[in-house]
Design a protein around this ligand. Structure first.
Ligand code: SF4
Ligand code: SF4
Length: 676
């Protein structure tokens, strides 16, 4: 079909395009290679097939936004199939090979190409309409953005969208032209045949020119676009699968030690790990992470999406120099702000929701580490909490011997697990031990264990804070100190399993301490309560006929997927459970994690207040807001007051409900609307 000059022009253009593209790709590989560590190709081999299947089925994308995902799927499937289409069209241009009016397999190919062309065009038009018509991607004003980003995102979307429309549209129109030239419809290409009808009046010379023009627009355009490809968001087509395949297979709740010699953390792009740089290239700029971020949702300066997008645009603009080894400016000048870094609750929602496997939260923790290491001025309350932790082993600044004072009020002695063997070693946690508002709950749990005949004991003053939030604040040295102490004490005690009332401690014990050598089962108290109820060791004598909603703590529901046990307990008591829209692994953060509970909220709205409104919206008959975390108890007891819903909604620990149903305690105000 092509003339000889056209063939020569195409080959020269292809050569130039490939050389320029390869240069861009080489620079990106070098840029990613500047990060710490190296990918594990063993992981690649293990994960390549299952992850590729997931991607082919578009599972990560379909987790949210079904309509947008459908549009994306149309474009994606067309893109995959167009790999074959482009090769065959190339053959058609160079040696006249054609599937027009073909039968058998070739006609099936024609049909798929025809339908996917229309799907891609409609999908792309829908996505562009959404991006430019509805403008769903807004960052709140406090969010730091590089000047190039605001305009760059729109420009990039317009170029990529325009390319797809022109490339696919030209190929589709080209088929219509060839059908019109042949003088009869090709029903294996139904939509192109319909378009060909409109071209029926054109003379042969015009159709011949149109045939060449559409071929060049479809295939020549690829060569023009290719060198831009490594700098466009389209590169996610390769980087996102790579990111998903090479992702470390370790729990979300286990952090890696800081990079560098000593405990430096990461202040600059090249001080991140390789996969944190890859994240910037995998990002599809969908803002899903921002939508679920409790810090952004309450107007704070943090947007995990902006962090990744800023990284990408910094790299795009400085790729030559960065790949060449030049020291980059601090991330606090190019990617995010100090206020954003200290707003993160480490809830993990951004990591869970990201369809391409990005982990912006890890960048924020590494930045915190670098700030703490550099002696940056911290929030005074946080500073005070860290000092208390290093001095007393707890954040309350109380002498260690006061840790188990709550146990003195019990009518039975609580075993000392340091001195005698127990079945369950109860790691109580700071809040449950020291906060006067939580101690009633703690005593209730002890009474329930006692009533059910559970053999349990505690570590008394030798239990120190688990360090879960200390590590996420960036105080790695203090985390090590706390973990070493607790591990040494646990190492001397004799027990079968650990149970804890605190999801943060649960995460540290199960994920962080296990990496440091702890090898015992760890349970959350709701798991133990569920078993005791199901085995008949706890027998409810009353049924609580009321409607309740349950809040999944991030470190229990999302990090460790313990979502069923608390619900089993609630249902066993006869309560009707009504779920909030965000529940289970998709829960919303209370705002206390990542050290936020020690920091000043600055008078801004807290995520816990939004959460209470979410529960209120479930209906007037929802009476109980059930929690299973001492920090949640503190956060929501405050939030229900500050939002003015104290009379409508009762925040209550799940253990209190069990204790009431089993006749162990009386609930006063809480019990009033509940019939037995
Ligand atoms: S971990 Fe939570 S608070 Fe932090 S950036 Fe991600 S979504 Fe936002
Ligand atoms: S980090 Fe992930 S969720 Fe966030 S904008 Fe990028 S691709 Fe979307």
């Amino acid at each position: 079909m092509l003339t000889t000059p056209e063939r020569i022009a195409f080959l020269l253009l292809a050569l130039a395009s490939l050389l320029l593209t390869l240069r861009g790709v080489r620079l990106i590989v070098r840029a990613i290679g500047r990060g710490y560590g190296r990918p594990s190709w063993g992981v690649f081999l293990r994960r390549v097939i299952p992850v590729s299947l997931d991607i082919l089925l578009q599972r990560p994308i379909f987790r949210t936004r079904p309509l947008v995902s459908l549009l994306h799927a149309g474009v994606f499937f067309a893109f995959v199939f167009y790999g074959l289409v482009n090769v065959l069209d190339l053959l058609e241009g160079f040696n006249g090979y054609s599937t027009l009016h073909a039968s058998g397999v070739a006609s099936a190919y024609n049909l798929v190409a025809d339908l996917l062309s229309v799907a891609a065009l409609l999908g792309m038009l829908g996505l562009l309409l959404r991006r430019f018509g509805l403008r769903p991607f807004r960052f709140n004003r406090a969010v730091f953005l590089l000047p190039s980003v605001r305009f760059g995102i729109s420009r990039d979307s317009a170029i990529v969208g325009g390319f797809i429309l022109l490339h696919v549209g030209s190929r589709w129109a080209g088929q219509a032209v060839r059908i019109a030239e042949s003088g009869r419809p090709d029903w294996s290409q139904p939509t192109a045949s319909l378009l060909a009808r409109l071209l029926g009046g054109l003379d042969a010379a015009t159709l011949a020119v149109a045939s060449h023009a559409t071929w060049w627009l479809a295939l020549g355009l690829i060569l023009v676009f290719l060198p831009y490809f490594p700098y466009s968001k389209h590169i996610h087509l390769f980087m996102a699968p790579l990111n998903l395949i090479l992702r470390e297979e370790k729990p979300l709740g286990r952090l890696e030690p800081p990079v560098g010699n000593g405990q430096l953390g990461s202040a600059r792009l090249e001080e991140l790990r390789w996969y944190q740089i890859l994240d910037a290239y995998a990002c599809i700029m969908c803002n899903r992470c921002q939508d679920v971020c409790p810090a952004h949702g309450t107007g704070r300066a943090l947007s995990p999406a902006a962090l990744e997008i800023n990284k990408r645009y910094y790299l795009n603009r400085n790729l030559n120099r960065f790949a060449g080894g030049t020291t980059s400016p601090p991330l606090l000048e190019t990617a995010t702000s100090r206020a954003a870094v200290w707003s993160c609750t480490t809830c993990g929602a951004c990591v869970r929701i990201c369809p391409v496997g990005n982990r912006p939260m890890l960048d924020l923790i590494d930045l915190r580490r670098s700030l703490v290491f550099a002696g940056d001025e911290l929030d005074p309350n946080l500073q005070a909490a860290l000092e208390s932790l290093s001095r007393y082993g707890n954040s309350f600044g109380k002498p260690a011997r006061q840790r188990a004072r709550w146990a003195r009020d019990l009518p039975f002695p609580v075993k000392d697990a340091r001195k005698e063997p127990v079945e369950y070693l109860w790691f109580v946690g700071d809040f449950a031990s020291f906060d006067p508002r939580m101690q009633e709950n703690t005593k209730t749990v002890a009474q329930l264990f006692h009533q059910a005949g559970v053999d349990f004991g505690i570590l008394y003053e030798d239990e120190w804070n688990s360090g879960n939030d200390v590590r996420r604040v960036g105080e790695e040295g203090l985390f090590e100190l706390l973990a070493e102490h607790n591990l040494a004490v646990l190492g001397k005690a004799r027990f079968r399993a650990i149970v804890t009332t605190d999801p943060h401690s649960y995460n540290a014990l199960r994920n962080e301490y296990s990496a440091l050598g702890l090898d015992v089962p760890v349970y959350h108290y709701t798991e133990v309560l569920a078993e005791l109820l199901e085995r008949g060791q706890l027998r409810p004598s009353k049924r609580l006929q009321a409607v309740a909603t349950y809040h999944d703590p991030c470190y229990l529901g999302r990090y460790n997927r313990i979502t069923a046990a608390p619900r089993r307990v609630i249902r066993a008591l006869g309560l009707e459970l009504r779920e909030m829209p965000r529940h289970g692994e998709n829960t919303y953060c209370c705002g206390a994690g990542g050290g936020q509970i020690w920091m000043d909220s600055g008078g801004q709205e807290r995520p816990s207040e939004q959460r209470i409104r979410e529960a209120i919206a479930l209906g007037e008959d929802v009476r109980f807001f059930v929690v299973a975390c001492p920090k949640d108890m503190a956060m929501y007891s405050d939030a229900v007051k500050t939002t003015g819903y104290e009379q409508r909604l009762t925040v209550i620990d799940v253990a209190r409900l069990v204790a009431w149903a089993t006749g162990l305690i009386e609930l006063e105000r809480e019990a009033a609307p509940v019939s037995e």
